[in-house]
Design a protein around this ligand. Structure first.
Ligand code: GLC
Ligand code: MG
Length: 251
């Protein structure tokens, strides 16, 4: 479409976005390794997974080591492959006013909220399973109760199954914005497939790619909010990312 342009940061969700089509992932990885050297492109993963769950995926899918890993739906940032400690600067920023145990207690009043395994419960993320049928009533009620108790929190529903409660100022998009400011980045693209990726498309990154297998909640967001900077691919997963990168003239 447009003529070839350089890319300062490539941000991508993992499950069902970067990962899911091994052949396309190999192609994309080799292109990313090239632009990392030739253009200094930063590679950032933004996943809902905890660090531990990311680790097993990184090994099984042979993922490139990113310049930054945004884990646990944006609430933790790990820099330069250092997976020991999350970036405290970011934790300080999102932690203010976060009342985890109060939120957990409130959630027990909602029978339809089934806690996810303890490994996915993180310092700044409380996660549940919630059916699509129950979500229609539960999410607005939960939002209302949190508001009544003056608990500033963000509720994110993804893939018609996962409900995350996070501190108000934290999600994948906010974490990317924080990195952009720290690194002074300008030209970037973000890729995703589900509800927890919506924030990636709502911040200042110039371009967004929605893979062809995007979940209904993201497609709905696209229908209501998309601009010419957002591209809904036909192809799925990494093949869809490649399609989008070509559409915007990066590849
Ligand atoms: C990942 C996380 C899970 C979260 C979901 C949606 O699957 O493991 O805890 O609820 O992403 O954000
Ligand atoms: Mg995903």
């Amino acid at each position: 479409m447009t003529k070839s342009q350089t890319l300062s940061v490539f941000v991508t969700d993992l499950d069902n976005t970067l990962v899911g089509d091994p052949g396309a992932l190999r192609e994309l990885n080799s292109w990313l390794e090239d632009v990392r050297v030739s253009q200094g492109t930063k590679i950032v993963y933004a996943t809902g997974r905890s660090l531990a769950a990311y680790g097993s995926l990184a090994i099984s899918e042979n993922l490139l080591t990113p310049d930054a890993l945004i884990a646990s739906v944006g609430t933790e940032i790990y820099l330069d492959g250092d997976t020991n400690t999350p970036w405290s600067l970011w934790e300080d920023q999102i932690g203010e006013g976060w009342q985890r145990s109060k939120i957990q207690k409130i959630a027990t009043q909602f029978a339809d909220l089934q806690p996810q395994p303890s490994a996915e419960q993180r310092p700044y993320k409380v996660s549940y399973y919630l059916t699509e049928a129950a979500a229609i009533e539960t999410i607005p009620r939960l939002r209302q109760v949190l508001r009544q108790q003056s608990l500033a929190a963000e509720i994110i529903y993804s893939g018609h199954r996962d409900l995350d409660i996070l501190p108000k100022a934290s999600n994948k998009g906010a974490a990317v914005q924080f990195l952009q400011q720290q690194w002074s980045l300008t030209n970037g693209v973000a890729c995703g497939d589900s509800g927890n990726d919506i924030s990636l498309f709502s911040y200042d990154l110039p371009y967004g790619i929605l893979v062809g297998n995007a979940q209904p909640e993201l497609l709905l967001w696209y229908e209501l909010n998309a601009t010419e900077r957002h591209y809904l691919a036909h192809a799925h997963c990494a093949r869809g990312i490649i399609e989008g990168l070509q559409h915007f003239g990066f590849m």
